[in-house]
Design a protein around this ligand. Sequence first.
Ligand code: BMA
Length: 312
Amino acid sequence: MADFKRDVLRRWVRNPIITLEDIPFPCNTVFNSAVTKFGDEYIMLLRVEDRQGHSVVLKAHSGDGYHFVVDKTPCLFPSEKEPFKTYEARGVEDPRIMQVEGVYYVMYTAYSQYGPRIALAKTEDFEEYKRVALVSAPGNKDGVLFPEKINGKYARLDRPITNGIGNIWISFSDDLVYWGGSKLIAEIRRDYWDSFRIGASVPPIKTDQGWLEIYHGVKMTDSGPIYRLGAFLLDYEDVSKMLGRSDIPILSPREPYERIGDVNNVVFSCGAVVEPDGEIKVYYGAADTCICLARATVQELVCSCLECTCLI
Ligand code: BMA
């Protein structure tokens, strides 16, 4: 299907890049992956849902960012040690990879009967993971760390749910364990494509014009939610100041693999890689059933936030 320039992100022609057939053990589905460059390779952490309906994280690696080889066994799964055991009983979901001051962190959703909580682990090699802490109360997810400290503190975006509505907040920490200084950053927009819930998707990307955040926006319809991707730009000097926000989605479910799956009409990203030439590869889960790739330039995404003419 041709794109007709309906989306700012351009789909890779060979989507999807990972499907259930690529997972070397029996499972229900594969979706939402974090990606980073590590040495000469691209490392991907995939959320895979087992046949009981609980998620684990599986690593894949690639030399070119398009063709991935998937590991044989999960690298991160629900902990058997407290305090994590209780809160990961229903799975570990939606990992995001961030490198801050030379250390690789994985922020993920710990899911249990008490709801979602944000959890943090760190790794040196993407084989062994050391859990740092549960870093939010229940009712919060979509945690992403900024890649550098802001005014001397670690910073994160997250998405607490209040009255069923989800907005994006920022919080700060001295030690990555205790968080405070929380402030609302971005709100749902009534009557828009992101009118029901929004959440951080890709860890913030530093650009010449500010911090670029690729987020997911949900609209509720009579036949269920539609998940799309959008972008906003935060001020580099005052990170809580919004400089601009995409009026239109940068990616919407259109292709059959985005329209039909375990959850229909979903594009949901947990990671992107910025290449030296300014291209950005955005990896996304489609219909909670497979992993896909779409590309643009960082400048095009910044322009979509600032509504400049380069997109016309
Ligand atoms: C969110 C998360 C994602 C999922 C999305 C669409 O709440 O659970 O993992 O892709 O819903 O179902």
